[in-house]
Design a protein around this ligand. Structure first.
Ligand SMILES: Nc1ncnc2c1ncn2[C@@H]1O[C@H](COP(=O)(O)OP(=O)(O)OP(=O)(O)O)[C@@H](O)[C@H]1O
Length: 305
Protein backbone atom coordinates (compact mmCIF):
# COMPACT_ATOMS: atom_id res chain seq x y z
CA UNK A 1 0.00 0.00 0.00
CA UNK A 2 1.39 3.43 -0.96
CA UNK A 3 0.15 6.88 0.03
CA UNK A 4 -3.35 6.97 1.57
CA UNK A 5 -5.47 10.10 1.94
CA UNK A 6 -8.19 9.72 4.58
CA UNK A 7 -10.72 12.42 3.75
CA UNK A 8 -13.63 13.64 5.81
CA UNK A 9 -16.05 14.77 3.07
CA UNK A 10 -18.05 17.00 5.43
CA UNK A 11 -15.10 18.83 7.06
CA UNK A 12 -14.97 22.55 6.38
CA UNK A 13 -18.45 22.70 4.79
CA UNK A 14 -19.31 23.70 1.22
CA UNK A 15 -16.22 25.89 0.67
CA UNK A 16 -13.84 22.95 1.05
CA UNK A 17 -16.08 20.55 -0.86
CA UNK A 18 -15.89 22.80 -3.91
CA UNK A 19 -12.06 23.01 -3.63
CA UNK A 20 -11.62 19.24 -3.36
CA UNK A 21 -11.32 18.30 -7.11
CA UNK A 22 -8.41 20.72 -7.67
CA UNK A 23 -6.74 19.70 -4.40
CA UNK A 24 -7.02 16.03 -5.35
CA UNK A 25 -5.59 16.66 -8.78
CA UNK A 26 -2.53 18.43 -7.26
CA UNK A 27 -1.87 15.48 -4.95
CA UNK A 28 -2.36 12.95 -7.79
CA UNK A 29 0.28 14.76 -9.84
CA UNK A 30 2.77 14.52 -6.95
CA UNK A 31 2.02 11.01 -5.63
CA UNK A 32 1.51 8.37 -8.31
CA UNK A 33 0.58 5.63 -5.82
CA UNK A 34 -2.25 7.60 -4.18
CA UNK A 35 -5.39 5.99 -2.72
CA UNK A 36 -8.26 8.14 -1.34
CA UNK A 37 -10.55 6.75 1.33
CA UNK A 38 -13.55 8.74 2.57
CA UNK A 39 -14.65 8.49 6.19
CA UNK A 40 -18.29 8.04 7.15
CA UNK A 41 -17.73 9.23 10.74
CA UNK A 42 -14.96 9.93 13.19
CA UNK A 43 -14.89 6.26 14.26
CA UNK A 44 -14.60 5.30 10.60
CA UNK A 45 -11.66 7.72 10.03
CA UNK A 46 -9.87 6.09 12.97
CA UNK A 47 -10.53 2.59 11.53
CA UNK A 48 -9.32 3.58 8.05
CA UNK A 49 -6.09 5.00 9.52
CA UNK A 50 -5.47 1.93 11.65
CA UNK A 51 -6.02 -0.36 8.66
CA UNK A 52 -3.83 1.78 6.38
CA UNK A 53 -0.97 1.71 8.90
CA UNK A 54 -1.34 -2.05 9.45
CA UNK A 55 -1.35 -2.59 5.67
CA UNK A 56 2.02 -0.82 5.39
CA UNK A 57 1.00 2.58 3.96
CA UNK A 58 4.14 4.60 3.23
CA UNK A 59 2.31 7.80 4.18
CA UNK A 60 -1.13 8.56 5.65
CA UNK A 61 -2.53 12.02 4.85
CA UNK A 62 -5.37 13.29 7.05
CA UNK A 63 -7.62 15.51 4.90
CA UNK A 64 -10.10 17.42 7.05
CA UNK A 65 -10.13 19.48 10.23
CA UNK A 66 -8.85 18.96 13.74
CA UNK A 67 -11.36 16.19 14.48
CA UNK A 68 -10.18 14.19 11.46
CA UNK A 69 -6.50 14.67 12.32
CA UNK A 70 -7.21 13.53 15.88
CA UNK A 71 -9.11 10.42 14.71
CA UNK A 72 -6.36 9.52 12.22
CA UNK A 73 -3.66 9.98 14.89
CA UNK A 74 -5.64 7.73 17.23
CA UNK A 75 -5.87 5.10 14.47
CA UNK A 76 -2.15 5.19 13.60
CA UNK A 77 -0.97 5.14 17.22
CA UNK A 78 -3.34 2.24 18.00
CA UNK A 79 -2.05 0.21 15.03
CA UNK A 80 0.77 -2.34 14.84
CA UNK A 81 2.84 0.29 12.97
CA UNK A 82 2.53 3.39 15.17
CA UNK A 83 5.57 4.93 13.46
CA UNK A 84 3.72 5.16 10.09
CA UNK A 85 4.33 8.69 8.77
CA UNK A 86 1.45 11.19 8.83
CA UNK A 87 0.89 14.39 6.83
CA UNK A 88 -1.94 16.93 6.84
CA UNK A 89 -4.18 18.35 4.16
CA UNK A 90 -6.08 21.10 6.01
CA UNK A 91 -9.72 21.21 4.91
CA UNK A 92 -11.38 21.97 8.25
CA UNK A 93 -13.26 24.91 9.70
CA UNK A 94 -10.91 25.96 12.49
CA UNK A 95 -7.89 23.83 11.46
CA UNK A 96 -6.03 24.80 14.63
CA UNK A 97 -3.46 22.00 14.83
CA UNK A 98 -1.92 22.76 11.43
CA UNK A 99 -1.24 26.37 12.56
CA UNK A 100 1.79 24.86 14.31
CA UNK A 101 3.38 24.06 10.90
CA UNK A 102 2.93 27.15 8.71
CA UNK A 103 1.79 25.04 5.73
CA UNK A 104 1.43 26.57 2.24
CA UNK A 105 -2.14 27.25 1.03
CA UNK A 106 -1.52 26.21 -2.56
CA UNK A 107 -2.28 22.47 -2.82
CA UNK A 108 0.45 21.82 -5.40
CA UNK A 109 3.10 23.52 -3.23
CA UNK A 110 1.78 21.65 -0.18
CA UNK A 111 1.91 18.27 -1.95
CA UNK A 112 5.49 18.92 -3.08
CA UNK A 113 6.52 20.03 0.41
CA UNK A 114 5.05 16.84 1.91
CA UNK A 115 6.75 14.66 -0.73
CA UNK A 116 10.15 16.29 -0.04
CA UNK A 117 9.89 16.41 3.78
CA UNK A 118 11.99 14.12 5.98
CA UNK A 119 9.98 12.18 8.57
CA UNK A 120 10.41 13.57 12.10
CA UNK A 121 9.01 12.89 15.53
CA UNK A 122 6.61 15.08 17.49
CA UNK A 123 4.83 14.48 20.80
CA UNK A 124 1.30 13.08 20.96
CA UNK A 125 -0.90 12.49 23.98
CA UNK A 126 -3.26 9.96 25.51
CA UNK A 127 -6.41 10.43 27.58
CA UNK A 128 -7.51 7.80 30.06
CA UNK A 129 -11.10 8.12 31.24
CA UNK A 130 -14.07 5.92 32.17
CA UNK A 131 -17.14 5.15 30.09
CA UNK A 132 -20.66 5.40 31.56
CA UNK A 133 -20.52 1.67 32.46
CA UNK A 134 -17.22 2.09 34.33
CA UNK A 135 -14.90 0.63 31.65
CA UNK A 136 -11.55 2.32 31.00
CA UNK A 137 -11.50 4.40 27.80
CA UNK A 138 -8.17 5.29 26.14
CA UNK A 139 -7.92 7.82 23.36
CA UNK A 140 -4.95 9.52 21.69
CA UNK A 141 -5.02 13.19 20.87
CA UNK A 142 -2.53 15.54 19.34
CA UNK A 143 -3.48 19.16 19.90
CA UNK A 144 -5.44 20.32 22.98
CA UNK A 145 -7.86 18.77 25.47
CA UNK A 146 -9.75 21.34 27.48
CA UNK A 147 -12.63 21.60 29.89
CA UNK A 148 -14.96 24.28 31.10
CA UNK A 149 -16.53 26.84 28.79
CA UNK A 150 -14.59 25.54 25.74
CA UNK A 151 -16.19 22.11 26.26
CA UNK A 152 -19.61 23.70 26.38
CA UNK A 153 -18.98 25.71 23.20
CA UNK A 154 -17.78 22.62 21.29
CA UNK A 155 -20.86 20.70 22.44
CA UNK A 156 -23.13 23.41 20.97
CA UNK A 157 -21.07 23.94 17.79
CA UNK A 158 -21.04 20.21 16.94
CA UNK A 159 -24.76 19.65 17.71
CA UNK A 160 -26.58 18.48 14.53
CA UNK A 161 -29.09 21.36 14.80
CA UNK A 162 -26.27 23.95 14.72
CA UNK A 163 -24.99 23.00 11.24
CA UNK A 164 -27.27 25.45 9.38
CA UNK A 165 -24.76 28.21 10.21
CA UNK A 166 -21.41 28.29 8.40
CA UNK A 167 -18.38 27.19 10.47
CA UNK A 168 -17.00 30.56 11.70
CA UNK A 169 -20.49 32.07 12.26
CA UNK A 170 -21.57 28.94 14.13
CA UNK A 171 -18.54 29.19 16.38
CA UNK A 172 -19.11 32.88 17.09
CA UNK A 173 -22.84 32.55 17.84
CA UNK A 174 -22.38 29.57 20.17
CA UNK A 175 -19.40 31.13 21.91
CA UNK A 176 -21.47 34.23 22.67
CA UNK A 177 -24.46 32.18 23.89
CA UNK A 178 -22.23 30.03 26.13
CA UNK A 179 -20.52 33.12 27.57
CA UNK A 180 -23.85 34.83 28.30
CA UNK A 181 -24.99 31.69 30.17
CA UNK A 182 -21.60 31.36 31.88
CA UNK A 183 -21.33 30.23 35.50
CA UNK A 184 -17.88 29.10 36.73
CA UNK A 185 -17.20 25.35 36.77
CA UNK A 186 -15.71 23.59 39.79
CA UNK A 187 -12.91 21.08 39.45
CA UNK A 188 -9.52 20.00 40.63
CA UNK A 189 -6.40 20.01 38.43
CA UNK A 190 -3.19 18.13 39.22
CA UNK A 191 -0.01 18.45 37.16
CA UNK A 192 2.50 15.64 37.73
CA UNK A 193 0.68 14.85 40.98
CA UNK A 194 0.77 18.42 42.32
CA UNK A 195 -2.54 20.19 42.84
CA UNK A 196 -2.43 23.44 40.85
CA UNK A 197 -6.09 24.35 41.28
CA UNK A 198 -9.16 23.40 43.33
CA UNK A 199 -12.50 25.18 42.97
CA UNK A 200 -14.10 27.58 40.51
CA UNK A 201 -12.67 28.37 37.14
CA UNK A 202 -13.60 29.09 33.53
CA UNK A 203 -11.31 26.84 31.53
CA UNK A 204 -8.28 24.56 31.64
CA UNK A 205 -6.38 23.82 28.41
CA UNK A 206 -3.99 20.86 28.36
CA UNK A 207 -1.93 21.59 25.30
CA UNK A 208 0.53 19.90 23.02
CA UNK A 209 -0.02 22.51 20.26
CA UNK A 210 -0.53 26.26 20.62
CA UNK A 211 -3.99 27.06 19.16
CA UNK A 212 -7.63 26.04 19.64
CA UNK A 213 -11.11 27.53 19.10
CA UNK A 214 -10.42 28.66 15.51
CA UNK A 215 -7.29 30.74 16.08
CA UNK A 216 -7.08 31.34 19.86
CA UNK A 217 -3.37 31.23 20.70
CA UNK A 218 -3.97 29.88 24.19
CA UNK A 219 -0.53 28.36 24.88
CA UNK A 220 1.95 30.40 22.83
CA UNK A 221 4.99 28.73 24.41
CA UNK A 222 3.81 25.21 23.52
CA UNK A 223 6.45 23.10 21.78
CA UNK A 224 5.46 19.91 19.94
CA UNK A 225 8.84 18.33 20.66
CA UNK A 226 9.55 19.15 24.33
CA UNK A 227 7.88 16.06 25.83
CA UNK A 228 5.66 18.26 28.02
CA UNK A 229 2.12 19.63 28.15
CA UNK A 230 1.60 23.37 28.54
CA UNK A 231 -1.38 23.80 30.86
CA UNK A 232 -3.33 27.08 30.97
CA UNK A 233 -5.69 27.57 33.94
CA UNK A 234 -8.18 30.47 33.67
CA UNK A 235 -9.95 31.44 36.85
CA UNK A 236 -11.95 34.40 35.55
CA UNK A 237 -15.43 34.42 37.13
CA UNK A 238 -17.33 37.39 35.63
CA UNK A 239 -18.99 37.34 32.20
CA UNK A 240 -17.35 40.61 31.09
CA UNK A 241 -13.97 39.52 32.39
CA UNK A 242 -14.31 36.27 30.50
CA UNK A 243 -15.24 38.02 27.23
CA UNK A 244 -12.12 40.19 27.55
CA UNK A 245 -9.93 37.21 28.38
CA UNK A 246 -11.22 35.07 25.49
CA UNK A 247 -10.84 37.95 23.02
CA UNK A 248 -7.25 38.49 24.11
CA UNK A 249 -6.42 34.85 23.27
CA UNK A 250 -6.45 35.55 19.51
CA UNK A 251 -3.39 37.79 19.82
CA UNK A 252 -1.89 35.92 22.81
CA UNK A 253 -2.59 39.12 24.80
CA UNK A 254 -3.62 37.04 27.83
CA UNK A 255 -0.06 36.44 29.01
CA UNK A 256 0.39 38.06 32.43
CA UNK A 257 -3.38 38.25 33.11
CA UNK A 258 -3.88 38.06 36.91
CA UNK A 259 -6.57 35.34 36.64
CA UNK A 260 -4.39 33.03 34.58
CA UNK A 261 -1.60 30.60 35.41
CA UNK A 262 0.57 28.37 33.22
CA UNK A 263 2.11 25.03 34.21
CA UNK A 264 4.20 22.36 32.47
CA UNK A 265 4.20 18.64 33.05
CA UNK A 266 3.98 15.12 31.65
CA UNK A 267 0.72 14.12 33.27
CA UNK A 268 -2.42 16.13 34.03
CA UNK A 269 -5.38 14.89 36.02
CA UNK A 270 -8.76 16.68 36.08
CA UNK A 271 -11.53 15.73 38.50
CA UNK A 272 -14.98 17.32 38.65
CA UNK A 273 -16.13 18.76 41.97
CA UNK A 274 -19.59 19.08 40.40
CA UNK A 275 -20.00 16.03 38.09
CA UNK A 276 -23.10 17.50 36.42
CA UNK A 277 -21.03 20.39 34.99
CA UNK A 278 -17.82 19.00 33.51
CA UNK A 279 -17.79 19.66 29.74
CA UNK A 280 -14.67 18.24 28.06
CA UNK A 281 -13.47 18.71 24.47
CA UNK A 282 -10.57 16.89 22.86
CA UNK A 283 -9.18 18.34 19.60
CA UNK A 284 -12.60 19.96 19.03
CA UNK A 285 -14.63 16.76 19.56
CA UNK A 286 -16.19 15.10 22.61
CA UNK A 287 -15.00 11.49 22.83
CA UNK A 288 -15.18 11.31 26.67
CA UNK A 289 -17.08 12.73 29.62
CA UNK A 290 -16.06 12.82 33.28
CA UNK A 291 -12.73 12.73 35.11
CA UNK A 292 -9.62 11.96 33.07
CA UNK A 293 -5.86 11.69 33.13
CA UNK A 294 -3.87 13.06 30.18
CA UNK A 295 -0.35 11.73 29.52
CA UNK A 296 2.14 13.15 27.05
CA UNK A 297 3.77 10.60 24.72
CA UNK A 298 7.16 12.15 23.85
CA UNK A 299 8.09 11.75 20.18
CA UNK A 300 5.32 9.18 19.63
CA UNK A 301 4.05 10.52 16.29
CA UNK A 302 6.03 10.48 13.04
CA UNK A 303 5.09 13.33 10.72
CA UNK A 304 6.16 14.22 7.21
CA UNK A 305 5.32 17.89 6.50
N1 LIG B 1 -18.35 11.17 6.28
C1 LIG B 1 -18.66 11.81 7.41
N2 LIG B 1 -19.94 12.24 7.61
C2 LIG B 1 -20.27 12.90 8.72
N3 LIG B 1 -19.40 13.22 9.71
C3 LIG B 1 -18.12 12.80 9.56
C4 LIG B 1 -17.68 12.09 8.42
N4 LIG B 1 -16.34 11.82 8.58
C5 LIG B 1 -15.97 12.36 9.77
N5 LIG B 1 -17.04 12.97 10.35
C6 LIG B 1 -17.10 13.80 11.57
O1 LIG B 1 -16.99 15.17 11.12
C7 LIG B 1 -16.74 16.00 12.24
C8 LIG B 1 -15.98 17.26 11.87
O2 LIG B 1 -14.73 16.95 11.37
P1 LIG B 1 -13.46 17.91 11.33
O3 LIG B 1 -13.06 18.32 12.70
O4 LIG B 1 -12.44 17.17 10.52
O5 LIG B 1 -13.92 19.18 10.50
P2 LIG B 1 -14.35 20.61 10.97
O6 LIG B 1 -15.18 20.51 12.21
O7 LIG B 1 -14.93 21.29 9.78
O8 LIG B 1 -12.94 21.31 11.26
P3 LIG B 1 -12.22 21.85 12.63
O9 LIG B 1 -12.38 20.78 13.68
O10 LIG B 1 -10.80 22.05 12.22
O11 LIG B 1 -12.93 23.13 12.98
C9 LIG B 1 -16.06 15.09 13.24
O12 LIG B 1 -16.92 15.04 14.36
C10 LIG B 1 -15.99 13.70 12.58
O13 LIG B 1 -16.29 12.74 13.57
Amino acid sequence: MGVVIIRNPVAGGARHRSRWPSVLSAFQQTFDDLVVQESRSGVDARRLALEAANAGATLVIAAGGDGTISDVVDGILSSDRPDSPLAFLPLGTGSDFVRNFDLPQDPQVLAERIAAARPRQIDAARLIASSADGKEVRRHFVNIASLGISGEIVECVNAPGARWLSGPARFLVHSLLAILRYKPYRFEVLVDGHKVHTGSLALVAIANGGWFGGGMHVTPAADLTDGLFDVAVMREESVFGLIGLLRSLYSAGHIGHPQLSFHRGRQVECRPLDPARFPVEVDGEQPITGAFVAEILPGALTIKV
